[in-house]
Design a protein around this ligand. Sequence first.
Ligand SMILES: *Cc1c(COP(=O)(O)O)cnc(C)c1O
Length: 324
Amino acid sequence: MKSIQDLPRVSLGIYPTPFYRLDKLSEQYGRGIWIKRDDLCGVALGGNKVRKLEFLLAEALDQGCDTVFTTGGAQSNHAALTAACAARLGMKCILLLKRRGVTEHRGNLVLDDIFGAEVRLLDTDSYDDVYAEMHRIGATLEQAGHKCCYIPVGGSTALGALGYASCVREFTVQALAAGVRLGHVVSATGSGGTTAGLLLGTRLFMPGAKVTGVAVDTDPFQDIVPRLAEEAAALLERTLPREKDDFRMVDHVGPGYAVPNPEDTPYIEELARTEGILLDPVYTGKAFAAMMQMLRQGEFDGEDDLLFLHTGGAAALFAMDLPR
Ligand SMILES: *Cc1c(COP(=O)(O)O)cnc(C)c1O
């Protein structure tokens, strides 16, 4: 058996990120609600992709790579953070992004340029097409003597997921110091790696705590997440020790992936106006709205407190309006 610290990792974020109780909100809802601020991880505008990239880029460096490819939607937070982290490590970053009707140069597209990434917008809706194009460009670069690494959408590989098992380890220590027992951990699920890491991490470090993934896209996460968690466990030469009801997915896609839902706007405003915290309309706003609705409906069993994982995403606020 291995522990997470045995795996190669490059330091990119500033950890531990803040962990604290949302006092006003907890009082209003009559239940202890805590937040883990991975939006404040110290790279660009922050976000969950940095913990994954610490493992993914360590592997790339070990393999002698000098060029990093990744993909996502035009406003991908993962792409912008990969650009930031690659720049920091002196690697070239090439982003193949799905255009999907996006024409405005705002939000993360601005950040991609600032970080010096090469951006190519592709007119396809299929990631198979994107990966084919990625490997085609990569093959040409390899012939010219470069070594390329290819990070899939969201960095959601088993290795990337370990970033979030490691995050659980981090907030287990913070929760212990604060004297709080966490019964539920809630996070947005977009490609599955974060939720998979939370599932593995809670099984290893916080047994009894349950994971709720809020789907902001339509993929079959009920299968994807446990499978990724098992693969991540295998990297530690372990099997995933499942418990009854340790994980559930709830759907909160609304009108579609990356399409803001008017119903979520009051929740985004509520957290901003009670606690001074920004959520985005694509990921964290949807996840937080779903969590608060479920809390009202009594869907978090037990008495133990809840933890909301803030996964970042603020750049979207500069790329789209909040609908009403
Ligand atoms: C990518 C992302 C998520 C989803 O994480 P996955 O590991 O892809 O499921 C959640 N929030 C924000 C802000 C993101 O950028």
